[in-house]
Design a protein around this ligand. Structure first.
Ligand code: 13P
Length: 262
């Protein structure tokens, strides 16, 4: 089987003003404009999305947001709707990131409502799941991640499931410099794939599953070599345009080499 096309997504989190984002886009595009072997996504803060829409138009880089509301519109102070994201040319939206779950109390139920809304409006959700260190040490990591996936995806049709991207991000590996070993990451991504297979049968093979947590230019190749890891969601290492471009070139090179080998 040919290896699935990879996705490398940067999650800037709460970094970069409009002028910083514009400057990044110019420098980044210069480095990645000829990369066609994989899909590149930049998930920027809300305020940078509109300026990036102009900068990234007609380029190989797709635009994503980091959160959105489950509501269409109305009296929801401080929220941003799916329609607003489509309006600024977003095609992806990160949903259920562990920072939203842990710091802002987002529940599995809210994440599920957001996933449904994103799919209904034509956005592609990047659903984040992952366990904290206590849960891993208790040996309950797989159980936790399976529950998060099942909750978020319950009731979706096979066609809708086919438009999902899942990101496995163990909380203990985020921003800590402690990457999960590629074997541990693969094991959990295979568990996620099995859960998807239970929901949608063989079509689960086509759903991209990303790994996130201290991914860098130096470890991307090893992670992508694993069967069920189809890309990465990158935080810290996506903030500098040149080092993120280097990571992408390492991933693209591996993608070319791996083609047709599985
Ligand atoms: P780091 O790459 O900084 O560990 O962050 C990962 C992450 O949370 C991406 O969403």
């Amino acid at each position: 089987m040919t290896k699935r096309r990879s996705i490398i997504a940067g999650n800037w989190k709460m970094y970069k003003t409009v002028s910083e984002a514009e400057d990044y886009a110019v420098r980044f595009l210069e480095e990645v404009k000829n990369v066609t072997e994989l899909d590149i996504i930049l998930c920027a803060p809300f305020t940078a999305l509109y300026p990036l829409k102009t900068e990234l138009e007609e380029s190989v880089v797709h635009l994503g947001a980091q959160n959105m509301s489950w509501a269409d519109q109305g009296a929801y102070t401080g929220e941003i709707s799916a329609q607003m994201l489509l309006d600024v040319a977003c095609t992806y939206v990160i949903l259920g990131h562990s920072e939203r779950r842990e710091l802002f109390g987002e529940t599995n139920e809210e994440v599920a409502k957001k996933v449904q809304k994103a799919l209904a409006t034509g956005l592609k959700p990047i659903l984040c799941v992952g366990e904290n260190l206590n849960i891993r040490e208790e040996g309950k990591a797989a159980e936790r991640v399976q529950a998060q996936v099942s909750h978020a995806l319950s009731g979706l049709s096979t066609e809708e499931l086919g438009r999902m991207v899942i990101a496995y991000e163990p909380i203990w590996a985020i921003g800590t410099g402690k990457t999960a070993s590629s074997q541990d990451a693969q094991e959990m991504c295979a568990t996620i794939r099995a859960t998807l297979t239970g929901l949608m049968g063989e079509a689960a093979e086509q759903v991209p599953i990303l790994y996130g947590g201290s991914v860098k230019a130096e470890n991307i190749a090893e992670l992508l070599a694993e069967r069920d890891i189809n890309g990465a969601l990158v935080g810290g290492a996506s903030l500098d345009p040149l080092s993120f471009a280097k990571l992408i070139h390492n991933a693209a090179y591996l993608g070319v080499c791996a083609e047709g080998t599985e």
